[in-house]
Design a protein around this ligand. Structure first.
Ligand code: AHR
Length: 505
């Protein structure tokens, strides 16, 4: 049987896990907002129209920050249309998704929703069709308590206290030709630098994220990062990464190797940041905001057709991927990768949160329910808080159609000193072989497995629905502990979360 060994040592620190890596994303797109988080008249809706069944599931996921309001949507968004008395709000055409935007929900409402859901907001400004002035106006409206026009306007709209939004995206995917107001790297970098500089002058408590490439396969990848940062390095705090994976080839083994491509992507962006850092003789790091990531492909063909043939609908069914078992394993692998890069990946947003490529789905005349991908996020978000430890892994590997050396197991551990807890997250990427997994817990005397939760399955295409959860974690009780060595067999194509706690005597 194949074997893999992991050394778990508290001195091998990667870095403190920034809780914002368990962020997510709500865009004005499809049914994310309307009939997603907001559906007045639904039996679970509160006085604001927010579905409490959805809020309950968001809380279960433990999402500390939600990116809003886009996405591609933001690049033609006029935020003033979405605040103030609802009867005066104007309906607009959203060019990104060819949809009517009624502006029933804007930042006044979303800030209330975020409070109810126990999450912070990561706000995006429009640098597609707009620029510095509008970004400043929005910041003043959201964050300032001054006696000035936009701060007063917020108060007039009923919100005396500022929203206190600390993290701001300088536009979205500005390298993409599909983006309204798409720009060249230096042009965008200059605009982002000036916008961020002005915004920080207005409110020096904020941090900003400059747009990196829309995905690792963009022809301008690498040059874009270097060009943008050459303009903006001194004025921003993070650079964004976006990536969506697919299994069009129906090749599960190779699909699981996507996390090696993700490793390459993260390392390359870190290298680009540090290259610009060197050229500027700077001593300050730019960190990574992986603010869109997920599997996305099940719905794309249908969506493209619908948008071509039936434009200008209201909250249409768009990007409603129904996720299967293997998608959940890929998401688990991505989360493991973010933890392995905890020193530089400080923000990550599962795209998205509700109905749109999402872990949470809603039935308009029924309940909210958990997709397969809900569970890896739930487990890692719940147990992956603390200090990420270097995974010293040795074991077998295998080849896939596009990757020569794919380690059978990818894993990482997180030490939570306060809770006296160590969590190990491990995926067996081999689709055929069981792997005998051993963790050497040196330096963690007295720690015993408290809980082992596993996503295991043989049907890679199994999906969940409102009626049935075919894919959910099962508890395993067969982990063995022998003199500081933990062993457990990992089934093919499975994900385990092993939670160890210090025994109390
Ligand atoms: O998340 C869906 C879309 O994917 C976002 O609007 C865009 O930023 C990305 O291309």
């Amino acid at each position: 049987m194949n074997k893999t060994k992991l050394i778990v040592d508290k001195d091998f620190r990667i870095g403190e896990v920034d809780k914002r890596i368990y962020g997510s994303f709500i865009e004005h797109l499809g049914r994310a907002v309307y009939t997603g988080i907001y559906q007045p008249g639904h039996p679970s809706a509160d006085k604001y129209g927010f579905r409490q069944d959805v809020i309950q599931l968001v809380k279960e996921l433990g999402v500390p920050i939600v990116r809003y309001p886009g996405g591609n949507f933001v690049s033609n968004f006029r935020w003033e249309d979405s605040v103030g008395p609802k009867e005066e709000r104007r309906s607009r055409l959203d060019l990104a998704w060819r949809t009517y935007e009624p502006n029933e929900i804007g930042i006044n409402e979303f800030s209330k929703w975020a409070k109810e859901a126990g999450t912070d907001i990561m706000m995006a400004v429009n640098l597609g069709t707009r620029g510095v002035t509008d970004a400043l106006n929005l910041l003043e409206y959201c964050n300032l308590d001054t006696n000035s026009y936009y701060a007063d306007l917020r108060k007039k709209h009923g919100d005396k206290d500022p929203y206190g939004i600390k993290l701001w995206c300088m536009g979205n995917e500005m390298d993409g030709p599909w983006q309204t107001g798409h720009k060249e790297a230096r042009e965008y970098g200059h605009l982002a630098a000036e916008t961020s500089k002005a915004m920080k002058t207005m409110d020096n408590s904020i941090e900003t994220v400059v747009c990196g490439s829309s995905n690792v396969d963009m022809p301008t990848f690498g040059k874009w990062e270097a060009g943008v940062l050459d303009e903006a390095y001194d004025y921003v705090d993070y650079i964004s990464l976006h990536q969506y994976w697919n299994n069009y080839a129906d090749d599960t083994a190779d699909f699981f190797a996507a996390s090696d491509d993700l490793d390459y992507f993260i390392n390359s962006v870190v290298a680009a940041c540090d290259y610009v850092k060197a050229t500027k003789h700077s001593h300050r790091n730019i960190n990574l905001s992986f603010d869109e990531w997920n599997v996305w492909y099940h719905s794309t063909q249908q969506d493209d057709q619908d948008m071509r043939n039936m434009p200008w609908r209201s909250h249409p069914h768009l990007l409603e991927d129904i996720y299967n078992y293997e998608d959940a394993i890929v998401d688990a692998l991505a989360l493991i990768k973010f933890l392995q890069h905890a020193d530089r990946v400080k923000v990550a947003c599962l795209a998205q949160l509700v109905n749109v490529i999402a872990p949470i789905m809603t039935e308009e005349n029924g309940p909210a329910w958990r997709q397969t991908i809900f569970y890896p996020f739930f487990l890692v978000s719940k147990y992956g808080r603390g200090v990420a430890l270097h995974p010293v892994l040795s074991g077998g590997d295998h080849a896939t159609s596009r990757h020569d050396h794919v380690s059978d197991v990818d894993a990482v551990s997180v030490y939570n000193e306060e809770e006296e807890q160590v969590a190990i997250f491990a995926v067996n990427r081999s689709v055929m072989e069981t792997v005998e997994f051993e963790a050497d817990l040196r330096g963690f005397e007295g720690y015993r497995p408290e809980k082992v939760l596993a996503l295991e399955g043989t049907d890679m295409k199994a999906v969940n629905s409102a009626a049935e959860e075919k894919v959910k974690p099962v508890e395993r009780t067969d982990a063995r502990m022998d003199g500081g060595l933990l062993s457990l067999s990992l089934k093919p194509a499975s994900f385990v979360t092993i939670v160890l706690k210090k025994e109390t005597v």
